[in-house]
Design a protein around this ligand. Structure first.
Ligand SMILES: Cc1cc2nc3c(=O)[nH]c(=O)nc-3n(C[C@H](O)[C@H](O)[C@H](O)COP(=O)(O)OP(=O)(O)OC[C@H]3O[C@@H](n4cnc5c(N)ncnc54)[C@H](O)[C@@H]3O)c2cc1C
Ligand code: SF4
Length: 330
């Protein structure tokens, strides 16, 4: 572990001020990802600003019927919140598919959004990695890439975003509220995480020193027709090879609204608006679900060890949509 100093902030403005005034300072919330990365010498913050005293632990209804989840609400408290279970069960299911009970008790909403890739080369400080050390190369492209991306990758990086919660948030169309030295702003979920391009070291569009204060869910939570499927090598403590969040609104035997987001396939949770449009106005049939899945995977490209994920993703999308449709399936 490298030496660092530690401080606690009492409110959001102080936290932002502290992080922006000390070079190499970082926020720490649950610490379940940041401390691991510090122990592996991947992250070397000079100063940690503990944000656990900030008043960001509430879940409350918004004026337009949505839900605001404070950035410090733990993953367990989100998953078992009565409003979330009733109105956004897709989110509960996705969170409970991730990590372990102990980790979910520590991990926070803001930290989950900012957890870093699980690419093993990124974690191994003895190897090059463009995400860890820009310009050093990407050994995963010609190396062991079973868990890597099949969509949206670049010549610089083929890593995947590891979060389960974020896949559900992408499908639900969440908005991330942040505050920084320039004031507050809201970032639509689709614009929050980045594809790697030639800057894979940047995971998100957050500006330096910006603090996540909340995640806002719109009113539509798809409680009737939803599914979260996670395909992984082991049933616990394993990140997704492929995960799919599917949500449908079915009216008069037709799909009125569809949401499909995938995890484990790209540098960001992958929501496909074109595939969702294919389903709108159509009957909820396996044939139509297969057409939507085909559209999502049309441009997919695998590598030596992960080509199988293309067909796996296709099948998982169809199965998730069929499970979401339930009795409405025709
Ligand atoms: C063994 C293991 C298995 C796991 N399995 C899964 C899994 O299957 N699925 C899954 O989704 N996750 C999994 N996780 C990851 C876990 O969910 C994340 O580590 C956790 O969500 C991170 O939250 P945290 O509060 O601990 O973040 P921290 O470690 O405190 O912080 C992570 C990053 O976010 C920044 N940060 C934290 N809060 C804020 C904020 N409010 N504003 C701005 N920046 C902030 C920190 O500076 C840091 O860069 C696993 C983790 C472990 C260790
Ligand atoms: S895939 Fe990305 S994170 Fe993994 S080694 Fe390549 S550059 Fe690094």
């Amino acid at each position: 572990m490298n030496p660092f100093t530690y401080g606690r902030a009492e409110d959001a403005a102080a936290a932002v001020r502290e992080v922006s005034s000390a070079a190499g300072a970082r926020f720490i919330a649950g610490g379940t990802n940041l401390l691991d990365l510090m122990k592996e010498h991947v992250e070397r913050p000079a100063r940690l600003i503990d944000i656990n005293r900030l008043p960001l632990r509430e879940i409350r209804r918004t004026a337009d019927g949505g839900l605001e989840i404070g950035a410090l609400v733990t993953n367990a408290d989100v998953a078992y919140d009565a409003e979330v279970e009733r109105s956004y069960p897709l989110l509960s299911r996705a969170i409970l598919a991730g990590a372990s009970a102990q980790l979910r008790n520590m991990a926070t909403t803001g930290g989950n959004l900012l957890q870093r890739t699980r690419c093993s080369y990124f974690y191994d400080a003895a190897t090059p990695c463009n995400k860890r050390e820009p310009g050093s190369g990407c050994p995963a492209i010609g190396g062991y890439n079973r868990y890597h991306a099949i969509l949206g990758h670049s010549e610089s990086c083929i890593a995947t975003h590891p979060s389960d919660m974020c896949v559900a948030l992408a499908a639900l169309g969440a908005v991330v509220r942040v505050t920084g030295t320039g004031g507050e702003r809201s970032i639509p979920f689709a614009e929050f995480h980045r594809l790697p391009g030639d800057r894979p070291e940047l995971d998100t569009t957050l500006a330096p020193c910006e603090l996540i204060t909340a995640v806002i869910l719109p009113a539509a939570g798809f409680p009737e027709h939803h599914a979260y499927l996670k395909v992984r090598d082991r049933t616990s403590y394993a990140f997704a090879l492929i995960s799919v969040a599917a949500a449908l609104e079915v009216d008069g035997g037709k799909v009125a609204e569809a949401r499909i987001a995938l995890g484990g396939v790209a540098h960001k949770p992958w929501r496909d608006l074109d595939a969702e449009a294919i389903l709108r106005g159509k009957e909820p049939t396996r044939g139509n679900f297969a057409e939507a899945a085909g559209a999502i995977l049309r441009d997919a490209r695998g590598f030596e060890h992960n080509g199988f994920k293309i067909e796996l993703a296709r099948r998982t999308v169809v199965r998730a949509l069929a499970e979401a449709a339930g009795e409405a399936l025709q």
